[in-house]
Design a protein around this ligand. Sequence first.
Ligand SMILES: Nc1ncnc2c1ncn2[C@@H]1O[C@H](COP(=O)(O)OP(=O)(O)O)[C@@H](O)[C@H]1O
Ligand SMILES: [Mg+2]
Length: 267
Amino acid sequence: MPNTQQPIIRVDNLSFNYPEEAVLKEINLEIYPGECLAILGLSGSGKSTLLNLLASLDTPTAGEIHYVFQDQEYTVDSDGLTLKKGNTTKPISRDTLRSHFGFVFQTPFMLGNFNASDNIGLPLRLRRKPVKEIHHLENEMLNAVKLQGKGNLSADQLSGGQRQRVAIGRALIHRPAVVFADEPTGNLDSATAKGVMETFLNIVIKERQNALVLVTHDPCVAAYYADRIVYLVKETPDEGSVLVHRGLEGLEDIRQHCSKAVQHFFN
Ligand SMILES: Nc1ncnc2c1ncn2[C@@H]1O[C@H](COP(=O)(O)OP(=O)(O)O)[C@@H](O)[C@H]1O
Ligand SMILES: [Mg+2]
């Protein structure tokens, strides 16, 4: 299991407050390559906030997040991002760190002027990769997310599930070390949700041994797909949520409680 390896992300005593509300309190967490980690919690418990902090889209109020990618060590704290070189550290742009990430938002978005293929290739276009390579990888990804033949369609010609698969293709095409997905199946019917999760697991974990951090409020989705679940729990109204870790046996317990229909569907 994952903990025989070095974590690629280590969260130390991370807290996050809005001026009017404490959201997260002293969170500690490690994320390993090759695992699907699910973050569960009630609505408003701070799941999206934690995911945004992990993806360096937001800045901690206190505590630190450490990352190790391709032997480079990065640290984010309330002062921003630094890269460690030998015994010294220097501030760097967050784009360098974010290039290791893919992000899928709950509501799928496509840039309106671009077709499905162009939307999937966006991260490569922003990196100014050669056009031939981009087209090759876009076609490969269209197949992987089961949208072959639909590359020329625009957002209004695609269903919600198809747009979500475009968003997944875009999050995966640059082969990020970690994919963060915020309720990626929240707006989908069960059959489409199953397809979406299987695409993720095949591409992120089975093919590449990268990490998937999955935020969901649905314990059954987490129990069937995650290797590990952590829970955000708001214990008192005035303090931020704490992170509760439970053992692997917790997964089997949850599966037992998923409805018969769900068990039948996922098995
Ligand atoms: N931009 C914001 N400004 C102020 N409060 C916010 C903002 N975004 C989220 N919150 C509050 O932070 C808390 C956690 O939100 P969020 O991380 O979105 O929870 P979850 O994803 O678990 O539903 C909620 O009480 C929410 O109202
Ligand atoms: Mg949320």
